[in-house]
Design a protein around this ligand. Structure first.
Ligand SMILES: *[C@@H]1O[C@H](CO)[C@@H](O)[C@H](O)[C@H]1NC(C)=O
Ligand SMILES: *[C@@H]1O[C@H](CO)[C@@H](O)[C@H](O)[C@H]1NC(C)=O
Length: 344
């Protein structure tokens, strides 16, 4: 499939949406729960494919971010030498209505008829009780915490999984990411950022309390983003890390030790003890500036995965007719069927 062709294919739609900007904005909100998607092409193993080792990929699925998830799945298939080896594991909110589950499943099944996947209801209601209420809404969705529970949700036969956020596009073979060396003991691999101000992820009262801050003593703790993770589920289960993360969430409920949602408990448990992944696998921040909505550029260096973390999402900016320059890299993977049926 030529990406240029797909891009051209969308130009009339973008032009129309530009003209109907305000109407399109409200329509896309109303239609969110009734989007229809195109069928993706079938992807076969390429002649370069020389392994039958399964690559397990976990993502959450919900109505709000479905369009992002669909594009992410397509990008993974498109750049994978061995698409037949892929096994997807979709986590859905157990609290969502059965009709929502059926619709999500029907959408995946219709657009990716050849995909091997399972769906797992996640008890988001029990997590909701652990989340402090004052955290910003977008970060506070219980499904964001599903990555903490993969070891209990996925079958024991799955030893290693790649967890991905819904707002990513891969432009490289996910099997390379999945093959990240974890050594003999490491549980989690992710791109680390040791120049980030690690202290800023926790409150002054956390750092002022030696009983808490001692947790980082002797650890070379660096920030890492939890949108792209390679997890050894067997070691995770052995170390009971889900419970360790929950314990920090319980501390946070009693006293405020961090500001953000699902990330800091991960840092508390794993920072300084993860295996590094090349930064090319998380070109993050493309969602832009959280306050002023400014566009962001790529970080220097090669790119294997683009991540629209931050407030802005490429599909929303494209619909609004105000895309950031890099959103044109997301658009070729958009499977949304033109709602005004220009392209039926
Ligand atoms: C969703 O779309 C389908 C088919 O396009 C239509 O039959 C159905 O009535 C729509 N549902 C809602 C809630 O808009
Ligand atoms: C999803 O839909 C497919 C195709 O209709 C069906 O075979 C499968 O059992 C469904 N899975 C779930 C978890 O509902």
């Amino acid at each position: 499939m030529s990406q240029i062709m797909v891009l051209l294919h969308h130009l009339p739609l973008l032009f129309l949406l530009l003209l109907l900007h305000s109407a399109a904005t409200s329509a896309s909100t109303n239609n969110r729960h009734n989007q229809t998607f195109k069928e993706a092409p079938k992807f076969d193993n390429s002649p370069d494919c020389s392994t039958s080792t399964h690559v397990h990929v976990a993502m959450t699925l919900d109505a709000t971010y479905l369009r992002g998830s669909m594009a992410a799945i397509l990008s993974i298939l498109h750049h994978c030498a061995c698409p037949d080896n892929l096994r997807f594991h979709f986590v859905v909110a157990a609290s969502a209505a059965a009709v929502t589950h059926r619709r999500l499943n029907a959408t995946i099944a219709a657009s990716f008829p050849y995909l091997r996947y399972d769906m797992y209801p996640f008890d988001d209601a029990s997590v909701a009780g652990l989340i402090s209420t004052s955290i910003r809404d977008s970060l506070d969705c219980p499904l964001n915490y599903a990555r903490n529970y993969l070891a209990g949700l996925l079958p024991e036969s799955v030893r290693r999984v790649v967890y991905l956020d819904n707002d990513v596009i891969l432009v490289d073979d996910i099997a390379k990411l999945a093959a990240t060396p974890l050594g003999d003991t490491v549980v989690v691999a992710a791109p680390e950022y040791c120049n980030a101000n690690f202290r800023s992820y926790f409150t002054p009262s956390f750092w002022a309390n030696p009983a808490l801050s001692i947790t980082f003593e002797g650890r070379n703790a660096c920030y890492f983003n939890t949108g792209v993770l390679v997890i050894d589920l067997e070691r995770w289960r052995e170390g009971d890390f889900t419970r360790k993360i929950i314990e920090w969430m319980e501390v946070q409920k009693r006293m405020r030790i961090y500001e953000l949602g699902s990330l800091p408990p991960f840092l508390l448990v794993f920072a300084g003890n993860i295996a590094p992944v090349d930064h090319r696998w998380n070109q993050h921040g493309l969602g832009g500036d959280n306050f002023r909505g400014l566009c962001r550029d790529l970080h220097p260096g090669p790119v294997s995965l683009l991540h629209w973390s931050g407030k802005g999402k490429p599909w929303a900016r494209l619909d609004a007719g105000r895309p950031c320059p890099l959103d044109s890299l997301w658009a070729p993977y958009d499977l949304l069927h033109n709602p005004s049926s220009l392209d039926t």
